[in-house]
Design a protein around this ligand. Structure first.
Ligand code: ADE
Ligand code: ZN
Length: 333
């Protein structure tokens, strides 16, 4: 079987996907029109042209701008449904989705509206074709700890349906330590934790995420390898790294895909998982990330299988479900 066929056929889990980052320009225009929200672009082509970024912040500015069109429960439903259709196409059988409530509550949209729209789409997809899912609430790290506490309070009525809290947005200057207390409060409420760290920020932020936020996974974490002791621990403890190659190139974490360290991380024994991050902005959903990365780094079938296996190993699925998917992968010849 060639690599393309293997990538298409193999079941995969996606563990690093910002639902707001799956807002395609076409849907942005459609929702803006029905909500009568002005957008500064004249056409879908013009929006796509603006998706040229120099770093994380230059992307975040336009990502938050795009999210302004989302107002009603149905908007969040349509956004999520469109992403789920791409999962179906790419044989993503399990997805763990990030959502950023503060991006919306700060504009007067209630937590409940955001949650209900996303969750209803996920439940419908589960009924329709059997995809499984988890939801992860991300705190925006450029905002204050108090704001994160308020968001945690708003999440409590929905806590049975939210597996974990995470940390995203502008990394530099906003270390994990800023959120130590709110993560401790979240853990006391029964949430698991994850955090973006070592995307643009130094390995010290990854260390803080592990020691102070008690994370189960590191989102990105590509810079962990700069600290041998830290990286050794990540390998030894099989702490998953949810790596996003197309994102990393678009945001200039790596100058080109051929220079990405994913293969090096994988061969050093880390539990590396491939993800799309914000696919509407970075040029591709999960299979596109697999295809382009496999080509640029010359990944063989065994390495592609390992990435798919890692996606289930690193997920928040029950171990019996993980084992069932690992068995399915083994059956693909
Ligand atoms: N929010 C959406 N995508 C992000 C990323 N790649 N890093 C940090 N925050 C984000
Ligand atoms: Zn991300």
């Amino acid at each position: 079987m060639d690599s393309l066929e293997l990538i298409r056929k193999i079941p995969k889990a996606e563990l690093h996907l910002h639902i707001e980052g799956s807002l395609e320009p076409e849907l942005m225009f459609e929702i803006a029109k029905r909500n009568q929200i002005p957008i500064r672009f004249q056409s879908v082509e013009e929006v796509r042209k603006a998706y040229s970024f120099s770093n994380l912040q230059s992307f975040l500015d336009i990502y938050y701008e795009g999210a302004r069109v989302l107002l009603k429960e149905q908007d969040f439903y349509d956004l999520t449904w469109a992403y789920l259709l791409r999962c179906k196409e790419d044989h993503v059988v399990h997805t763990e989705i990030f959502f950023d409530p503060q991006t919306h509550t700060h504009r007067g949209v209630s937590f409940e509206t955001v949650f209900n729209g996303i969750h209803r789409a996920l439940c419908d997809a589960r009924v329709e074709w059997g995809i499984s899912f988890k939801l992860i609430l991300c705190f925006l790290r450029h905002l204050t700890e108090e704001d994160a506490f308020e968001t945690l309070r708003q999440a409590l009525p929905f806590k049975k349906e939210i597996i974990a809290v995470g940390l995203d947005s502008s990394e530099l200057g906003h270390p994990p330590s800023k959120f130590k207390r709110v993560f401790e409060a979240a853990i006391a409420e029964g949430f698991l934790t994850v955090a973006h760290a070592g995307e643009e920020g130094p390995p010290a932020y990854v260390r803080e995420a592990l020691d102070l936020l008690h994370v189960s996974r590191i989102d990105h974490g590509v810079r962990s390898i700069e600290d041998a002791a830290l990286f050794g621990e990540i390998v030894r403890k099989r702490i998953p790294l949810t790596v996003c190659p197309l994102s990393n190139v678009k945001l200039r974490v790596f100058p080109e895909l051929r220079k990405h360290n994913l293969k090096k991380l994988l061969h050093a024994g880390a539990c590396v998982i491939l993800n799309s991050d914000d696919p509407a902005y970075f040029g591709g959903y999960l299979n596109q990330n697999f295809i382009e990365t496999a080509k640029a780094l010359e990944l063989n079938g065994e390495e592609i299988r390992k990435l798919a296996e890692n996606s289930f190993e690193g997920s928040f699925l029950e171990s019996s479900q993980k084992d069932a998917w690992l068995q399915k992968i083994r059956e693909i010849k």
